[in-house]
Design a protein around this ligand. Structure first.
Ligand code: BGC
Length: 367
């Protein structure tokens, strides 16, 4: 079923792409508004920040721009830099500039909903990109199966602890932002793996804390505190590569890196390097190109006034309503298959295999 959806999304994109292929790069503005562009209408995209994950700074804007450019559709892609009032200001500007569709990655559901409501009352169709805005009422939600992401993290940590022959390990959990619905879903996923282990006594539940706004610096402070109070921590479930790296930095100071497995997410260059170095047990690769392509395809169809039907939906836990969704499949990455992320073109060998990592790349078949 999911495969079918990829195919549909890709086909839709190809169809639009064949109509006009006029590029044009005016900073954050994309598309030159050729025949297709001007008849379709502009699409606004607001990304959340550039600090909580490399993806928002480089990957999502790149792939979204490419998708809109290929279809010859004008898009205005901006980033709120973690600032909620800036987020609203950008949205106001896009709404008054006459965008036909607004796609957002919220900074929290409350401020996200305010923006979605404003857009809706101006007759603008909306899409939740990556993060569901609770009670937001967006027309579509495009993301990954985020509970599955969390499950891969939980299973990955179990694999690494088993490989290390850890007995009754104390596991610390460093969760994502409490205001990000995805963080709730990731936790649901990894706790579904870890809780039975805690309950059976195979693992010992250690400290379990959320990191406000996915702030990497705060994650370091929080994990330092955790380790001071629980010297016996033997595994760290970190919800993304940034939080994982914060924990690894603290472990390094205590000469514990490589001895305490740490998880991650996003297959960032830093995360993959930590995996190659043996300091991080695993990361989760989410093919952002597929996510951007699927979202752009739906945005373009909305801008044309079409109502594409998609085969998945999620229930908004606050409104109780079903939101039509595209949920893609994540992939677990360990040292052995870091090469898959390079082969998929997400990270280049040049970015990854710098300095000391060159040998680790060769040893692990990254070419
Ligand atoms: C995204 C992750 C990202 C995190 C921090 C989540 O909503 O799904 O990919 O690492 O936010 O930005």
């Amino acid at each position: 079923m999911r495969k079918g959806m990829f195919a549909l999304a890709a086909a839709g994109l190809l169809a639009s792409g064949s109509m006009a292929a006029c590029g044009g790069d005016k900073g954050t503005e994309t598309g030159s508004g050729g025949t297709t562009g001007s008849s379709v209408g502009k699409i606004g995209v607001i990304l959340p920040d550039t600090a909580s994950s490399q993806r928002w700074a480089s990957d999502d804007p790149k792939f979204l721009k490419a998708a809109f450019d290929a279809a010859g559709v004008q898009a205005d892609i901006q980033n709120a830099q973690g600032d909620k009032s800036q987020f609203q200001t950008i949205a106001d500007g896009m709404i008054s500039s006459g965008v036909k569709v607004l796609m957002i990655v919220n900074l929290d559901s409350g401020t996200g909903k305010a923006v979605l409501d404003k857009a809706a009352s101006a007759g603008i169709a909306t899409i939740d990109y990556d993060r569901l805005t609770l009670n937001g009422g967006a027309k579509y939600y495009v993301s990954f199966d985020n509970v599955a992401v969390g499950k891969l993290q939980g299973e990955g940590l179990v694999k690494c602890l088993t490989d290390m022959k850890a007995t009754k390990p104390v596991v610390a959990e460093l969760n994502g932002s409490p205001t990000d619905n995805n963080a709730t879903l990731f936790k649901e996923g990894y706790d579904s793996v870890l809780k039975p282990k805690y309950d059976s006594g195979d693992y010992v539940k250690g400290p379990d804390q959320s990191v406000p706004d996915w702030d990497n610096a705060q994650a370091g402070t929080i994990f330092e505190q955790m380790l001071t109070e629980n010297k016996n921590i033997k595994g760290v479930l970190a919800a993304n590569d940034g939080l994982g790296n914060a924990a690894i930095s603290v472990l390094k100071k205590n000469k514990l890196n490589g001895k305490v497995p740490v998880t991650g997410q996003d297959a960032t260059v830093q995360g993959l390097q930590n995996v190659l170095a043996g300091d991080q047990c695993m990361t989760v690769y989410k093919a952002i190109k597929q996510e951007a392509d699927a979202a752009a395809d739906l945005a373009i169809s909305l801008a044309k006034g079409e109502q594409k039907s998609v085969s998945q939906s999620v229930k908004d836990p606050e409104s109780g309503k079903d939101v039509q969704s595209v949920l893609l499949t994540p992939k677990a990455i360990f040292k052995e298959n870091v090469k898959d992320v390079v082969a998929d073109g997400f990270v280049s060998k040049d970015q990854l295999c710098t300095g000391d990592f060159a040998k680790l790349c060769t040893d692990n078949g990254v070419s």
